[in-house]
Write a protein that binds this ligand. Sequence first.
Ligand code: GH3
Ligand code: MG
Ligand code: MG
Ligand code: MG
Length: 303
Amino acid sequence: MKILIVDDTNTDRLLLKMYLSKLEHDVIEAVNGEQAIIQYIKDANELDLILMDVQMPEMGGFEAVSKIRSIQESRNLEWVPIIFLSASAEAEDIDEGIRAGGDDYLIKPIHQKVLSAKMLAMQRIADMRHRLILANNVLEAQASTDHLTGILNRRALETVLDREVARSKRFESAFSFALFDLDHFKRVNDNYGHDAGDFVLAEVVKRVSQGLRSDDALGRVGGEEFGVVIFNCVGKKARDACERYRQLVAEKPFIFNGIEIKTSISVGCVAFDIKTDSRESIYKKADVCLYEAKGAGRNRVVY
Ligand code: GH3
Ligand code: MG
Ligand code: MG
Ligand code: MG
């Protein structure tokens, strides 16, 4: 486990560190409440346990823990178990510690056997937490991924767009948003079957992905319609990026079971206007451009 020891008394802290290191735990230290909070913020997602002294000058253990719990809450950080270590065995103190957000309370001096038994119990909790965090990450990734193509789904792309809209308004940074739609895609399904259609969709995504800069965000917003958030890029550069996507799709046919399937995309793209635009309005404007590209004969970019 990765354990944070908080204690103002050097000998107590070093002794604990020695015991825990012997049990093969990875130990970091803080000598007061303020330092503990800083360490917690820095390592919140890797910490498995905090051992917190109660009597410390300036900020005591109870106050530090109650601050840690409120930071955890407000920043949506992972819960970390906290055990108080105190020379006081008063029922009042134990009660106060648990209410402040501690999960257990050990009385100093702590018998080595008791400490190692506690660590065994904490290890079980840490293992369970790791499994939960892992499962949660998998669920989150699944919830934001389009299964056919592996890129962001509509909801996730909207989240990226929302974030970029907020960033752009705050820092006056520029970005563009592009929507593209496969041309006459219904014919692909009609002529070659739905599996061929699915294959072409996935391949179009692979080709367009080659034309993206690494941080641009591509997502599937509907059946055969996609969106790209093109960061820090407007005007000719953004138009060229869209032109690149278009060419990558149109330049050569897709081969499905030995059959050549030709397709193309129409692209509508607009720069975000910091003063007047919102996520909804930029989306609508890109859609209008896309519609224009379709009307003008497809396989083209309207910016
Ligand atoms: P346009 O150039 O005007 O966009 O013509 P289109 O045929 O592409 O447009 P339309 O909206 O008439 O048809 C879209 C087709 O895309 C119909 C639908 O069956 C197909 N489609 C949507 N999602 C999927 C999918 O996940 N897999 C497959 N194979 N086809 C899909
Ligand atoms: Mg102390
Ligand atoms: Mg289409
Ligand atoms: Mg469509």
